[in-house]
Design a protein around this ligand. Structure first.
Ligand SMILES: Nc1ncnc2c1ncn2[C@@H]1O[C@H](COP(=O)(O)OP(=O)(O)O)[C@@H](O)[C@H]1O
Ligand SMILES: N[C@@H](CCOP(=O)(O)O)C(=O)O
Length: 309
């Protein structure tokens, strides 16, 4: 199992002093596969924050994440506001562990996202894809599986899965070679647990760990994986239609884009399948999650080649 920061490990008095927070009350937050997040309430002024222990980051990558989060907020996206510490720094190191504090966004994660909110999720993604992300220093293509990832996949003990990944990636690679699209900023993980439904039913988006510059269709594909599954875990073309309805209202897809989308939905499912296998079977073996990746194989196999919603 991964050993993430637990409530008992938090040096809350030290952190509170660094941020100038008076007597915060901490409670762990549900969700979060990569980091450990805590809600901090300061009863004297009724404010609420989210403190994330960035367990999988060093100081430099934590600062980058903070900068990207700040950058998207500055560009007008509804997202978390980073709170600087008393020294004006976005990342607070306790020992060598980086912490990030953000304002708590009032609302709830609703998973699955209600279908009535899928157009708004599509609009949010289209807005992101239309931004000029200057100064954010986004990495290029990092949501894709790298040569190192593919080499690691070659050693996966589930040989059928390794062969499936290899075959699907080869097919996607051949396909993409003939269809290059201009890069935009992408979120890379627009699943329901990265959307907060605010009390006014509008959406905020969080978690910029997989933000990069890449093909916007890969991001739409990722959103289709994260938001457009039916009860059986297969692609719901009706949910996809609603997501695309919102997306198209701000950033219409071309006929060619629509034809290419199924490949990128499968691509996104292949990426998530790899990471689930690697996380739960290689990096932090966890018998309870060992077969979680198979849901992505089933999902990918459910995508009709003409799925355009
Ligand atoms: N600023 C925020 N406001 C409200 N809830 C948040 C905020 N940031 C995170 N959360 C909650 O914490 C959970 C985990 O946060 P997240 O940053 O996605 O962690 P991880 O990177 O580990 O996935 C989210 O699913 C959400 O419920
Ligand atoms: N969307 C991914 C998990 C990513 O984890 P996060 O908690 O950092 O959002 C998946 O479904 O495997």
């Amino acid at each position: 199992m991964a050993t993430y920061t637990a409530l008992d490990d938090l040096d809350l008095p030290a952190l509170a002093a660094r941020y100038g927070l008076r007597e915060p009350v901490a409670q762990p937050m549900k969700g979060g596969a990569a980091n450990s997040s805590f809600r901090l309430d300061t009863p004297h002024d009724g404010r609420a924050y989210v403190l994330s222990a960035l367990d999988n980051h060093d100081a430099a990558s934590a600062r980058h994440l903070a900068g990207v989060t700040r950058g998207f907020a500055r560009l007008g996206l509804p997202t978390a506001q980073v709170v600087a510490n008393r020294d004006g720094e976005d990342v607070t190191l306790v020992g060598d562990r980086p912490f990030l504090l953000k304002d708590h966004i009032a609302g709830e994660v609703e998973d699955p996202l209600p279908s009535a909110l899928l157009p708004a999720a599509g609009e949010l993604l289209a807005t992101l894809h239309g931004l000029v992300p200057e100064g954010l220093d986004l990495p290029v293509g990092t949501r894709r599986l790298s040569a190192e990832h593919r080499a690691a996949a070659g050693d996966f003990p589930d040989r059928d899965f390794a062969a499936w990944l290899d075959g699907r990636l080869a097919e996607i690679g051949r396909h993409e070679a003939g269809h290059r699209r201009p890069h935009t900023a992408i979120h890379g993980d627009l699943f329901a647990d990265n959307l907060i439904v605010r009390p006014d039913r509008r959406l905020s988006v969080i978690d910029w760990e997989t933000a990069s510059l890449d093909d916007p269709l890969l991001d739409l594909g990722m959103a289709a994986v994260g938001l457009c599954q039916d009860a059986a875990g297969h692609l719901s073309t009706e949910r996809l239609r609603l997501l695309l309805h919102g997306y198209n209202s701000l950033r219409p897809l071309t006929a060619e884009d629509r034809a290419e989308l199924p490949v990128e939905i499968v691509h996104a499912a292949v990426i998530i399948a790899f990471h689930r296998y690697h996380r739960h079977n290689v990096r932090f073996p966890n018998p309870d999650r060992a077969t979680y990746y198979r849901l992505m194989v089933a999902f990918a196999e459910s995508v009709p080649r003409d799925a355009t919603g």
